[in-house]
Design a protein around this ligand. Structure first.
Ligand code: IDC
Length: 490
């Protein structure tokens, strides 16, 4: 396996060099010049790469709107209408004004067939025919609505992305954002498969407080039409500061926080930050990533990309890859010499496109990742990131193993619970958490605790007993030790 890996790494370097020499790494010249054939196509077939084993995590059939229904956020993860954890894995368009031709029904179906269960529609605000920079608003609006229709027809979820970038601070175009999101969310109010991303990448001097206050103003605009939609909020420094969001998250339900990475630029440090943020209880959504560098171009780093993917699999983090175009840049999924807008053969794909297709199919060699080391490296706690969801009467309980550490004679485990009331409004609640063996209570908060054998009983605290229909009590935490403490047997 070691020698195969280094062989693949070497192959990767060779291929990358081929691509760089073929494409010249030029940005901003889509479709320009005489196209070269895809550089690595011959190399791959010549080397007869052995068929990798399917990876179980990625090969699980992706959740689909037709069966999973409307998604919501429980703990750190997306869950379906029945409370089962859901991972979205799909593709982002390039700027809608730049490459409108790839928003088409056949292509979305085709990507869905690859296993992509989400599409992201990137509506730039300030660049190249953007919504706020002279773009044709009628055409852009129609593209967004068509894109949602195509994703729906392909049984995919779809993210409407207000793609701020060179405008730095979401407040710059906040009035436009509110007007656009009010209109689109009203038009799409009856759809179950639409998520909203309200500010792609705050950057420059923008602080988390700026983004937070913007979100507090924009989220209610969407909620007025679509009370339950999942909303993704960008974070400072091009959506890399999930740590800042974790220190002071929004109080609204069904909100997730964006982390964006480009694998050839962002490695352990940012990955560790993601692990630590999830470990701290933040629902993170990787709504944009690339396997090249942060310019969207340059060398591809598949080894880092696979480490990212394996880590996201471990954490159950959803992810969307940039970008669906044939622009002459290494983040584009389609080879710049192909002008097909659907019916893509492997020869029409770039290295990024082929990487994605194989990963969506689960055909890749998953590297081992140790989350506890990553969380610890980021100054966080060790994470197992396992969430168990179970129903009890009218309640749905999501219990997440947050942390564990050695104590005399064994291990102490810390769990965090969310208790959702699926019945009528109530003034008190009671949960029995079944463990695999006997447990002893070490500590507990935001509830009243009692242990009997393998069962930990939790009653509400004085201040969190009232739950409206559909409401959740959150941040219910406890620490247990004993032979059964490592796993909930629900
Ligand atoms: C890039 C596109 C590129 C375009 C540029 C415009 O790939 O063709 O010229 O935007 O500024 C992001 C952004 C995303 C970027 C991408 C690559 O969200 O819009 O796309 N990137 O630079 N964040 C980090 C990288």
């Amino acid at each position: 396996m070691g020698s195969k890996k280094s062989f693949l790494a070497l192959l990767g370097v060779v291929l990358t060099l081929c691509i760089l020499s073929a494409c010249g790494g030029v940005q901003g010249q889509e479709g320009a010049g005489e196209p070269e054939p895809p550089a690595q196509e011959e190399d791959v077939s010549q080397e007869e790469e052995p068929t990798p084993e399917a990876d179980p995590a990625s090969a699980t059939p992706p959740a689909r709107p037709s069966t999973a229904g409307a998604l919501r956020v429980e703990g750190t993860q997306l869950v379906d209408k029945d409370g089962n954890p859901v991972v979205l894995f799909g593709v982002s368009t390039h700027g809608l004004a730049w490459f409108p031709q790839y928003v088409n029904a056949d292509l979305f179906k085709e990507l869905s067939g690859w296993g992509a269960n989400v599409m992201r529609l990137a509506l730039y605000t300030d660049e190249y025919g953007g919504w706020c920079s002279g773009g044709d608003r009628d055409a852009l609006r129609a593209l967004v609505l068509d894109g949602v229709d195509y994703a729906s027809a392909a049984d995919q979820y779809v993210i409407v992305d207000w793609h701020i970038l060179s405008d730095n601070n979401p407040w710059v175009h906040a009035d436009d954002a509110k007007a656009f999101l009010a209109d689109v969310s009203a038009t799409l109010a009856d759809r179950d498969n639409v998520l909203y991303e309200i500010c792609n990448e705050p950057n420059g001097a923008t602080t988390w407080e700026d983004v937070r206050s913007y979100a507090e103003e924009v989220i209610p605009v969407i909620r007025a039409n679509d009370p339950d939609a999942v909303i993704i909020v960008g974070t400072p420094e091009w959506s890399q500061r999930v740590d800042q969001a974790a220190e002071n998250p929004l109080t609204e339900q069904n909100v997730m926080y964006a982390l964006h990475f480009y694998a050839a630029t962002h490695k352990d440090d940012l990955r560790n930050r993601m692990v630590a943020a999830v470990d701290a209880g933040l629902p993170v959504f990787v709504s944009e990533f690339g396997i090249c560098d942060a310019s969207g171009n340059g060398a591809i780093d598949e080894e880092q990309a696979d480490l990212w993917l394996a880590t996201m699999d471990e954490l159950g983090v959803s992810r969307v890859m940039w970008n669906l175009s044939n622009k002459n840049e290494s983040s584009a999924m389609i080879w710049s010499g192909s002008d097909k807008v659907s019916g893509l053969d492997d020869a029409d794909l770039s290295q990024a496109g082929r990487w994605l297709k194989a990963r969506l199919a689960g055909e890749w060699e998953t590297p081992e990742v140790t989350l506890s080391e990553q969380g610890a490296a980021a100054g966080g706690t060790s994470a197992s990131a396992a969430t168990v969801t179970f129903a009890q009467g009218d309640l749905t309980v999501a219990a997440r193993l947050e942390n564990s550490w050695p104590v005399e004679g064994g291990t102490c485990y810390q769990y965090m619970l969310t208790v959702r009331n699926d019945g009528p409004a109530c003034d008190s609640w009671h949960v029995d958490v079944p463990f695999a063996g006997e447990v002893a209570l070490v500590d507990g908060w935001n509830g009243t605790y009692a242990v009997s054998g393998q069962t930990l009983s939790i009653d509400n605290a004085s201040y969190n007993g009232h739950l409206d229909a559909g409401q959740s009590a959150t941040d219910i935490g406890f620490q247990v030790s004993g032979p059964g403490a490592g796993g909930i047997a629900a």
